[in-house]
Design a protein around this ligand. Structure first.
Ligand code: NAG
Length: 250
């Protein structure tokens, strides 16, 4: 009797499901770190930001363009900004400020951060701009849903009837779509704000998009997509193998 089965997919005790679980665990950890970015000044958390807005330390990078009517705007604003080097970072749930160079102060409460500052620290009210951007545009809930769904798949991916595997694929597809929407949303919102802020400040402010946040976003999307594709392929191979077995036993 020919015994054709899917054992060739398993290397001793490591089964495909373990690899998928490793991927899902990574997705959960990466997404949690992304959501936790800027929530405390501990370790590298201030580095996981979506948008950074800061003063150019007195230097002006006045944009040059025929549509610019007041060529002196940058210099005029620099006279207000003086040597300010203040920076604000926006995360999904919190903000970090860099009032003293090299040390970050982070909080979910922008008001409590504002209480630490004087008008000379933040002459253009950049903290306010960051707080409004955070409150009105950042949307962490799709990422939270997606991390939750990843956990559900992680639990239910164990040896289970085919119907559960199909459910796994559907749930995974949903979670991956949510991450994709979040990453694109994050990207469009941050680049739009970054460009507008730099131009409106006439080159007295700089902005940057958090590279780690971008990498984390795309990485969790990639890992989740691989998992969904892997489970789908696994179901297909299993069906084909089952077909061979049926033919062999006939
Ligand atoms: C934020 O901080 C301010 C001042 O420290 C305080 O009055 C306010 O209640 C805080 N808000 C929240 C939601 O904790």
């Amino acid at each position: 009797m020919a015994s054709f089965n899917i054992e060739f997919l398993s290397i001793s005790f490591i089964r495909p499901r373990h690899i998928f679980q490793l991927f899902l665990l990574s997705v959960i950890i990466i997404t949690s770190l992304l959501l936790a970015g800027c929530s405390t000044s501990f370790s590298f958390l201030p580095q996981i930001y979506l948008l950074n807005i800061g003063y150019n330390d007195g230097t002006v990078y006045q944009p040059v363009d025929p549509t610019i009517i007041n060529q002196q705007a940058g210099v005029q604003l620099a006279n207000i900004a003086l040597q300010t080097a203040f920076e604000v970072r926006v995360g999904y749930f919190a903000l970090c400020i860099n009032a003293v160079p090299g040390s970050w102060l982070c909080s979910q409460n922008a008001t409590s951060l504002a209480e630490q500052l004087s008008p000379a620290d933040d002459p253009f009210n950049v903290l306010h701009v960051a707080a409004v951007f955070h409150d009105t545009i950042m949307f962490p809930y799709l990422l939270i849903c997606s991390a939750g769904l990843s956990f559900v798949i992680f639990v239910f991916i164990s040896p289970s009837p085919p119907v559960m595997k199909t459910l796994t694929v559907i749930t995974g597809y949903l979670a991956a779509t949510m991450i994709l929407i979040s990453v694109l949303w994050q990207h469009v919102a941050c680049t739009t704000a970054a460009s507008t802020i730099v131009n409106q400040s006439n080159g007295t402010l700089f902005t940057s998009i958090g590279k780690i946040a971008v990498i984390f976003g795309w990485l969790s999307f990639g890992l989740l997509t691989l998992t969904v594709a892997g489970v789908y392929l696994y179901i297909k191979i299993e069906r084909v193998a089952q077909g061979f077995e049926d033919i062999a036993t006939e």
